[in-house]
Design a protein around this ligand. Structure first.
Ligand SMILES: Cc1ncc(COP(=O)(O)O)c(C=O)c1O
Length: 424
């Protein structure tokens, strides 16, 4: 029997050795960034919402890789599903119909806002965004894609071109002629971008994560959808971070009275165990599936093992108990975070929240970084927003227990108090 240990005979057990190997062979930039930031984390054991650093310290995970671990790390129901699935399935052959792909597609369509009829699969979020944008171009025969300034949709070819220059220019992947950005919550700018009638798609995260979760103004997303309809443009809802019950609804876009033409989900769909992503397509956007089903091909897209895990994720996420837990946790965090903001109004200047999607805005340009570090030192892992480092992303798991939630809140209060002193 081959075990992980025999496959990795030199499996380093010393954290410093891993850091040294990572610096040499893996990604020196990332390895050094985290060491310099005071977060030299190398994740060892992981279970539920707790990570253990290789040096032995436990950290409550309030990052969850953007919702990948919504249901916890190595959730026993999900690992059991994957283990059972391994007895019958593998990745499958992407050219042929399969029971797992068909079953997941049916469940996704059943769960989705009306009008979404077909599912195309990827293995990650960026790939799914590329499929979404290709589908919109197919449907409209237009090239232009409109996104928001500081939006984030991943790093593949089309996805990265919709995003911040910080990630596109280094690889000469920016395409300013075809990819237009407008400020978030600015309807006039959106109207001006769509009025020429040459945009294939508007792509929007329902609440932009990497920008620090600024909330859409009341009526904004609905008004954007109306503009899309007026100008023959498709609305693509990126629900990679906001979907799967994080806001208390399975899909956050449902709260905004918008029926998107395309909806993208990834991250949490995998259960943190087997990469899979999905693009839900309406009639127009899904037209290519009828005309030429081979127009988009991905060997690992919709891998059968991933589809089985995703089916379980959907089932667990839609349980009544899960919705109840999300509502209870949302109320607890709202109360304690509101009090914290009132206690430190010059430092914690704003609390953004929709359910378990939360951003804590600090007063200085990089204010979330010292808070992240103080939290790390006290046993909590939460990350700053890369495109607005004033904001700490605060992302509790859907099934977090009360005791851990209270512990994390105590530690957050201490970290805010400590960093407020340095700030004053
Ligand atoms: C909103 C959003 N869309 C798309 C992506 C891309 O997903 P992936 O990293 O799986 O390619 C991300 C990743 O963080 C994201 O946050």
């Amino acid at each position: 029997m081959t075990t992980v240990t025999t496959l990795l005979p030199d499996l380093p057990i010393d954290k410093d050795e891993v850091l040294e190997l990572s610096d040499r062979f893996w990604n020196p930039g990332k390895t050094r960034f985290w060491s310099d930031a005071g977060v030299p984390l190398v994740i060892g054991e992981r279970s539920g919402y707790v990570l253990t650093d290789m040096a032995g310290r436990e950290l409550v995970d309030m990052h969850l890789n953007g919702g990948t671990y919504n249901l916890g790390h190595r959730n026993p129901e999900l690992t059991a599903t994957l283990v059972e699935a391994l007895g019958r399935f593998d990745i499958g052959n992407h050219h042929f119909p399969s029971v797992a792909r068909a079953a997941l597609a049916r469940e996704l369509v059943a769960s989705a806002p009306p009008g979404l009829k077909h599912v195309a699969y990827g293995s990650g979020g960026g790939e799914a965004i590329d499929i979404a944008l290709k589908s919109a171009r197919y449907a409209t025969k237009r090239r232009k894609i409109v996104s928001i300034v500081k939006g984030y949709h991943g790093h593949t070819g089309l996805a990265v071109a919709t995003g911040d220059a910080r990630y596109a220019e280094i690889f000469l992947a920016d395409q300013p002629d075809e990819f237009v950005q407008v400020p978030f919550n600015d309807l006039e700018a959106m109207e001006a971008a769509l009025a020429p009638g040459d945009a294939a798609a508007v792509i929007l995260e329902t609440i932009p994560a990497t920008y620090g979760f600024p909330m859409p103004a009341p009526g904004y997303l609905r008004a954007v959808k109306d503009l899309c309809d007026l100008h023959g443009t498709l609305y693509v809802a990126d629900e990679v971070q906001t979907g799967l019950m994080r806001t208390g609804e399975l899909w956050a876009i449902s709260k905004h009275d918008v029926q998107p033409d395309v909806l993208v989900t990834a991250k949490g769909l995998s259960g943190g165990l087997y990469p899979v992503s999905a693009v839900l397509l309406g009639e127009r956007a899904g037209g290519w599936l009828e005309e030429d089903g081979f127009a988009h091909i991905s060997t690992f897209g919709g891998a059968e093992l991933g589809c089985v895990v995703a089916l379980k994720v959907l089932e667990m996420t839609q349980r009544v108990e899960t919705a109840v837990r999300v509502a209870e946790l949302s109320a607890l965090f709202a109360e304690r975070l509101g009090a914290l903001r009132d206690a430190f109004p010059d430092w914690l200047v704003e609390v953004r929240q929709d359910g378990l999607v939360m951003g804590l805005v600090f007063a200085t340009a990089e204010g979330a970084k010292p808070v992240m570090r103080a939290l790390y030192e006290s046993g909590v892992w939460a990350i700053f927003s890369s495109l607005d480092p004033r904001v700490l992303q605060w992302k509790p798991g859907l099934l977090l227990d009360d005791e851990t939630a209270l512990r994390v809140l105590d530690r957050l209060e201490a970290a805010v108090a400590r960093t407020a002193e340095g700030h004053a």
